[in-house]
Design a protein around this ligand. Structure first.
Ligand code: SF4
Length: 330
């Protein structure tokens, strides 16, 4: 057996068992592009609501191009990695008039990498290419019992059927997500006949573990300055972490001080991650009798319309609960 022959069983399995997702209906390059960027680092079931809301707000690339950045960031709120939303908004300027159909033009667009470009070429334009995300890498490393990703891609694409190559490419992603997981279910796998690692009993050797950069723990006191019924916030500037998003005033503290503040605070601790940081946030409400310089002051209603970083958004919701005399949720 080889990938040439096994891929038909894979395709049949996919067509019978594939999960329904809104980006799999009436496929367009725009839908593939947005869904693939959203799916990076986020589970498919979480992305569904974001994707549907996005398509209601910006049904076409032209609508996206015409929308203010603020509303694009608001639609992205909670997905993290906000530079992706900024890149999408910027790319819409050129993609609204022409959506390229070749790899080199696609990856020249900021925010579209090799994986997304191949996904667009495969799913939207039905090119004979494979989009290699971590799931597909795991499946194919095991199938060919190889570590060299370039060689694996070359072999798989060389064997790829000219008929429905996009279904096979998508089936590989689905197989990695549902069957060929870290602990694979080989007995249910449509590729088991030709899978070399399965035959050799060497599955756990593939793929090679990637070195992860260590996460840094950061402890922050979030100071919410209240002036009458207005609250002080700060919009992050260019090249700052959380660029274009709103945050309350922050004060970095040691772990010991953080624990002391947490013990006394009306708020609950919030943990949020961004890039290689894990932020531990505890808020404090500080009433002032005149607005502070360097902060913008808004009512709670106005704050709720703005795009906050995910950690500060949760603190904002805690603040709303406190003001309504309800228990706040971490
Ligand atoms: S047989 Fe097992 S290891 Fe091989 S591709 Fe299928 S699930 Fe993965």
């Amino acid at each position: 057996m080889s990938f040439k022959t096994d891929q038909e069983s894979l395709r049949k399995w996919f067509l019978q068992t594939k999960r329904e997702f809104p980006w799999r209906n009436q496929i367009t390059p725009y839908k593939v592009w947005i869904s693939e960027v959203m799916l990076q680092q986020t589970r498919a079931d979480v992305v569904v609501d974001y994707f549907e809301r996005w398509m209601q707000l910006f049904p076409t690339i032209q609508d996206l191009k015409n929308a203010p950045l603020e509303s694009v960031l608001k639609a992205w709120e909670g997905l993290g990695y906000y530079s992706r939303a900024r890149n999408i908004h910027k790319a819409a300027e050129s993609l609204a008039s022409y959506f390229p159909k070749d790899f080199s033009s696609l990856i020249s667009i900021k925010g579209i990498g090799a994986y997304t470009a191949n996904a667009i070429l495969s799913f939207a334009f039905h090119e004979k290419v494979i989009a290699m995300d971590a799931n597909v890498e795991r499946v194919l490393c095991r199938y060919f019992a190889l570590h060299d990703l370039k060689e694996i891609k070359k072999r798989a694409e060389g064997d790829l059927s000219p008929f429905h190559p996009f279904e096979i490419a998508e089936a590989l992603i689905e197989l990695g997500a549902t069957i060929c997981k870290k602990k694979p279910e080989c007995e249910n796998c449509p590729l088991s006949k030709g899978c070399l690692a399965y035959k050799n009993g060497s599955i756990l050797q593939y793929p090679l573990a990637k070195k992860r950069k260590q996460t840094q723990e950061v402890f922050i006191e979030v100071q919410i300055y209240q002036y009458k019924e207005l609250f002080g916030v700060n919009k992050k500037g260019k090249n700052e972490l959380f660029q274009d998003l709103y945050l309350f005033h922050e004060n970095r503290v040691s772990k010991e001080i953080f624990l002391k503040i947490t013990a006394k605070s009306l708020f609950k601790k919030v943990v949020a991650t961004a890039t290689f940081y894990r932020f531990h946030l505890i808020a404090n409400l500080i009433e002032i009798d005149q607005p502070l310089e360097g902060l913008e002051f808004y009512s709670l209603k106005e704050c709720l319309k703005k795009s906050f970083s995910s950690g500060h958004k949760r603190i904002l919701h805690q603040l709303v609960s406190i003001k309504e005399n309800k228990e706040c949720i971490p």
